[in-house]
Write a protein that binds this ligand. Structure first.
Ligand code: RB5
Length: 364
């Protein structure tokens, strides 16, 4: 096992005690400093060095030291995959490991005495992670982390998951096996309608002069050739009215794809797009982003016909589908009402809602 160590000036005072303990256990140490006391240094730098070592697997675990353990753990937790908590007693360390599976422990040079370090670190290392319900929670956090990661660092290809209570409430109902075809249809449109405010947030505005009953004034209006929505047949049709209710002038294209039974690849059987598609903000509608194969093929088709500014709007997305679309189309933003856990062996999203087309049209 290898443990990375990092500290700022206020954690400097605990360095020796940490090193002594780790050496006493014959644990390999990746010492990432700071090696000198510099009152001006920032706890964020060692946090990112140690976090980086965890993320790229050059270390298995990390120990961070600052004045309180607080700032350095906040910074370390920004690195994907890091679970850092500040601990000031063996009991803290035990619970943080057993329940939260922390892979980085932070100690405070102003909170903890050097002679207390060994007991805290021993409690952390010797306590097993309990797993079970605690594992589910960690996995949940990791999912959100992944979604945010895409949101912030995938140049252009961002993913927005909606956490609005109304959307979550309606997604909860639409998933249920007891929801009727009529309710399903209504809910899909309602949820899509609620998503419109966010998916259209970056539409460009221009100014124009108008006259109110009181005086002339300048107002904002959406610029240029505006929007086009393109449902992927057939489930995407269920999202069209929800958008048209809010943006009634938006143009509608259609794309039909089927999956070739031999090659399992999506094959186009219908494609009719607005003639000026290259000038529009395009929203491809595909409720279930499962493997991402058909969404990616639909986007490809739109691009071939000249589409440039393209987003994908879904009801439920699986991480596999998000990865596929972003790998094929890093310039495409994805909006999804919900992010689910994974795909099952039949390619269905888990927990998902089954086949959206069948549920929308009552064909099963
Ligand atoms: C540095 O003076 C101190 O603020 C820092 O080490 C840490 O305690 C922050 O949380």
């Amino acid at each position: 096992m290898k443990i990375a160590l990092g500290n700022d000036h206020a954690g400097f005072v605990l360095r020796d005690a940490v090193l002594r303990f780790l050496h006493s256990r014959n644990i390999e140490v990746l010492d990432l400093g700071a090696f000198e006391y510099d009152k001006e240094d920032s706890y964020a730098d060692p946090a990112f060095r140690v976090g980086g070592a965890i993320a790229d697997e050059t270390a298995d675990l990390g120990v961070l030291l600052c004045g309180t353990g607080y700032g350095i753990s906040i910074a370390a937790n920004k690195v994907p995959g890091v679970r850092a908590v500040a601990c000031s007693s063996p009991d803290n360390a035990k619970i943080a490991k057993a329940h939260n599976g922390i892979n980085v422990i932070a100690l405070g040079g102003r909170e903890t005495k050097p002679e207390e370090v060994a007991d805290i670190l021993a409690a952390w290392l010797d306590t097993p992670f309990e797993g079970g319900r605690h594992l589910q929670r960690i996995e949940n956090i990791a999912k959100v982390e992944k979604a945010n990661l895409n949101l912030h660092i995938q140049g252009g290809g961002k993913i927005t998951i909606f956490n609005h209570p109304l959307i979550q409430h309606k997604v909860g109902i639409i998933r249920s096996v007891d929801t009727s075809v009529k309710q399903f249809r209504e809910l899909l449109n309602e949820i899509t309608g609620l998503m419109v405010y966010e998916i259209t947030r970056t539409l460009p505005l221009t100014e124009k002069e108008i006259t109110t009953p009181i005086q002339k004034t300048t107002v904002h209006t959406i610029e240029g050739r505006k929007m086009a929505i393109i449902p992927v047949l057939r489930a995407g049709l269920g999202m069209v009215d929800g958008i048209l209710q809010i943006v009634p002038n938006c143009k509608v294209g259609h794309i039909g794809l089927y999956r070739d039974e031999k090659t399992l690849k999506p094959v186009e059987y219908y494609c009719k797009l607005p003639f000026d598609i290259e000038e529009r903000d395009i929203f491809v509608l595909d409720p279930m982003l499962a493997t991402g194969g058909s969404s990616s093929a639909a986007i490809e088709l739109v691009k071939k016909r000249g589409g440039k500014k393209i987003s994908l709007v879904c009801l439920i997305a699986a991480p596999e589908g998000i990865d596929r679309v972003h790998a094929d189309h890093p310039d495409v933003n994805i909006f999804s009402a919900a992010l689910d856990s994974h795909l099952n062996e039949h390619g269905y999203i888990v927990p998902g809602l089954g086949d959206a087309g069948d549920r929308l049209f009552g064909t099963k």
